[in-house]
Design a protein around this ligand. Structure first.
Ligand SMILES: *Cc1c(COP(=O)(O)O)cnc(C)c1O
Length: 403
């Protein structure tokens, strides 16, 4: 008789986006004449840049002839892409070698899978609010203890609250973690920390023997000079940090699927190399991102690709700036939106996150995301994304201003 992985039974339902969907559907059924503007889900809307489309077409044509056809990709990814990634790091002053780069189908899979190479006895620390994948993937593996419905917390997870009281900067926890998840610039808060503050985390991790899983999915949105684009800009990061990168937010690959993870060779437990472990895991369970898509990824680093994507990011960041100033003018307390495409606002008049969601849906026909869906410290906050069109963003703001 088969038995199930009981850890899955401990998981709370993932109600956030399904509850949002249900509420929006119910509202539109009752009010079919109202036009809803969605600034909720973190998905891009702009089409792929011309340099990427060109690379895709060319690679598709190569697949049509036996001489240029490509089957399984090499385990770690094609060298042309890994070399482009390494050059990109070099421009930031980070010395990464091609065999430290693991090409994948995206940062969500990598952020969920990376915990596999660590003992089930490790304790994880996460920011609160948090990208849910980090916690749920550890819960599935049996690392998080029991879930408490009242506090909405796991008994064996160290939570690092990030709120306006600490400027959304996570503090070193009282209990010592083994694995620390950091997502910077942050989803959902849209805030980030300075390079100096990040380097303090690197020193801390090296001191206590912890590993940092650094999710840099929003790196392309950084606009301030004192913010690190990679954790490897900090001295000592190669002995304590794994970095996750994605093509989803900087190049619109959410439906194309491509990412990569850096596991430095200096990162060791005793004489066991995490790089070798991840290579073994990757080679066993993953059969490579498509050739066509890796060629598209290469184009992201080309001169034309870079220029076009800079414009695309600027388009979204113009939305972010409109939302930020628009809400401020309307009297809201707002955060983020400077180094990330998310605006995190304090709900007015002590409304809960869900109360504000209903209020905004019913009175402005605008959909956002309740902060409490990302963790208990997100209560009383609300997330709007800059990923909509410019026209819709302005229209949504106009409606919010009139409330
Ligand atoms: C969007 C996002 C990613 C990217 O995921 P992909 O699987 O590469 O699309 C990773 N981490 C965070 C926090 C994100 O918001």
């Amino acid at each position: 008789m088969f038995q199930l992985n009981e850890n899955f039974q401990k998981l709370p339902g993932s109600y956030l986006f399904s509850t949002i969907g249900k509420k929006v559907n119910a509202y539109t059924q009752a009010n079919p004449d109202k036009k809803i503007i969605r600034l909720g889900i973190g998905d891009v809307t702009q089409p792929l840049a011309p340099a990427i489309i060109e690379a895709l077409h060319k690679a598709v044509d190569e697949m049509a002839a036996a001489e240029t056809f490509h089957g399984y990709a090499p385990d770690l990814g094609y060298e042309f892409l890994r070399n482009a990634i390494v050059s990109d790091y070099k421009e930031r002053g980070c010395d990464i070698s091609p065999d430290e780069v693991f090409v994948s189908d995206g940062a969500k899979s990598d952020s969920g899978n990376i915990q596999e190479i660590f003992s089930v006895n490790n304790r994880i620390a996460v920011c609160d609010p948090v990208y849910p994948v980090y916690v749920d993937s550890n819960a599935m593996a049996g690392r998080t203890g029991d879930y408490n419905k009242e506090t909405e917390m796991w008994s064996n997870v160290i939570y690092m609250p990030c709120t306006m009281e600490n400027d959304f900067v996570p503090e070193f926890p009282k209990e010592t973690p083994d694995i620390i998840y950091l997502c910077l610039p942050n989803n959902p808060t849209g805030t980030t920390i300075t390079k100096e503050q990040l380097c303090e985390w690197v020193d801390y991790a090296n001191r206590v023997g912890a590993v940092i899983i650094y999710d840099a999915a929003y790196e392309a949105y950084i606009s301030e000079d004192n913010v690190a684009h990679s954790i490897y800009e900090c001295e000592g990061a190669k002995t304590c940090a794994i970095e996750l990168k994605s093509f989803s937010k900087n190049a619109g690959f959410t439906g194309v699927r491509l990412g990569y993870t850096i596991v430095p060779k200096e990162l060791k437990s005793g004489d066991v190399s995490l790089n070798a472990m991840w290579a073994r895991r990757h080679g066993t369970k993953f059969n490579g991102a498509p050739y066509i898509v890796q060629r598209a990824g290469e184009a992201v680093f080309s001169r034309e690709g870079k220029a076009q994507l800079k414009e695309q990011v600027a388009y979204y960041m113009k939305n972010a700036s409109e939302i930020k100033t628009g809400l401020k003018d309307a009297g809201y307390t707002v955060f983020g939106g400077v180094n990330a495409p998310y605006i995190w606002l304090k709900t007015p008049e002590r409304m809960t996150s869900w109360e504000f969601f209903d209020y905004l849906l019913e009175n402005a026909n605008v959909v956002g995301t309740p902060g409490s869906g990302f963790g208990p410290s997100g209560e009383g906050y609300f997330r709007l994304t800059a990923f909509g069109s410019y026209e819709n963003t302005l229209a949504a703001l106009e409606r919010i201003r009139k409330l």
